[in-house]
Design a protein around this ligand. Structure first.
Ligand SMILES: Nc1ncnc2c1ncn2[C@@H]1O[C@H](COP(=O)(O)OP(=O)(O)OP(=O)(O)O)[C@@H](O)[C@H]1O
Ligand SMILES: [Mg+2]
Length: 286
């Protein structure tokens, strides 16, 4: 990916009271890139995105988003970014069409009626346009949320999608994360790693063994007491046992490599690496 930077920010910081929830985060996302911004609950993802979109003022930091200054020109960014909030809030006692019309007015959308009609068509909401938003099922509410986040840029979104729309997503799902061109991982407001999936995994230098067999909870207990075993993660009826030092880890598991269990050294996955990053950042902050 060597498109021009769409997002290029440095030292982005947000404090709530005396808590720093986003702590000097740098990020560059290039045109046409699908970028995954990941991290555990409460790590600062939404707060960071709100700063990028001009919805929340940063306490420190500088840079550009869509060519606008993230601090000085936040109003302009707000008008250009399609930000789908984690929890879309709509008027429960207004219909789908009325909700979208409200959003369109708020953003001062040109050719409002036509845009609204197109938006309803594109997302398959025509047949339900008069239904009250509060009475929709979760899935239809999501669809309304998507329509609302796209409405003010509808024509352009279509044109850009064909040309390589830039997408910044946050997710807790590993299969979605694996589909991103590049990833960043944040914990306690600090950016811990970034790069392609392979780079993120490679940087962590984690060795992982998978084990299956009888009574894995008991095995887990015993393994956790061994030096060299930094984490154990259950994956269905298999256990991943990981550590940063391959030799020590191998010594640690040696006594348990009996007929009772089946052991294989495996490639560490994103989930192993993220859990490792998260645990280490906890150690550092306490
Ligand atoms: N307006 C606010 N005032 C005070 N604290 C806030 C505010 N908004 C967020 N926080 C705190 O900032 C921290 C980061 O929250 P944020 O919503 O950015 O996390 P997140 O990474 O998006 O989490 P999740 O994965 O659960 O959505 C949390 O501890 C949260 O309680
Ligand atoms: Mg969030």
């Amino acid at each position: 990916m060597n498109g021009e930077p769409i997002i290029d920010v440095h030292g982005m910081t947000k404090r709530f009271g005396d808590r720093t929830v986003v702590d000097h985060v740098d990020l560059t996302v290039r045109a046409g890139e699908i970028f995954g911004f990941l991290g555990p609950n409460g790590s600062g993802k939404t707060t960071f995105l709100r700063m990028l979109c001009g919805l929340l003022r940063a306490d420190e930091g500088s840079g550009t988003c869509l060519g606008y200054d993230v601090i000085a020109e936040s109003e302009a960014i707000k008008r250009e970014v399609g930000y789908m909030t984690q929890r879309f809030s709509f008027w429960e006692d207004l219909s789908i069409a009325e909700n979208l019309d409200f959003v369109a007015r708020m953003y001062d959308v040109k050719k409002r009626r036509q845009t609204l009609r197109e938006s309803l068509e594109q997302l398959g909401l025509v047949g339900r346009k008069d239904q009250l938003a509060g009475q929709l099922s979760g899935g239809w509410q999501q669809r309304l949320a998507l329509a609302a986040c796209l409405i003010h840029k509808w024509d352009e979104i279509h044109r850009l999608a064909g040309e390589g729309l830039t997408v910044l997503i946050t997710t807790h799902y590993m299969d979605e994360a694996e589909r991103c061109h590049r990833l960043a991982y944040i914990s306690y407001g600090k950016l811990l790693t970034h790069g392609t999936v392979d780079e993120v995994i490679g940087n962590e230098r984690l060795t992982t063994w998978s084990v299956s067999g009888q009574d894995l909870p008991e095995l887990t207990e015993q393994l956790r007491q061994r030096t060299g075993v930094e984490q154990t993660v259950a994956f269905g009826n298999m256990l991943h046992v990981s550590g940063g030092d391959a030799a020590t880890l191998e010594q640690a598991i040696a006594p348990f490599r009996t007929d009772q269990y089946e052991w294989h050294q495996v490639e560490s996955g994103l989930e192993d690496v993220f859990i490792h990053l998260m645990d280490n950042s906890k150690d550092n902050s306490s």
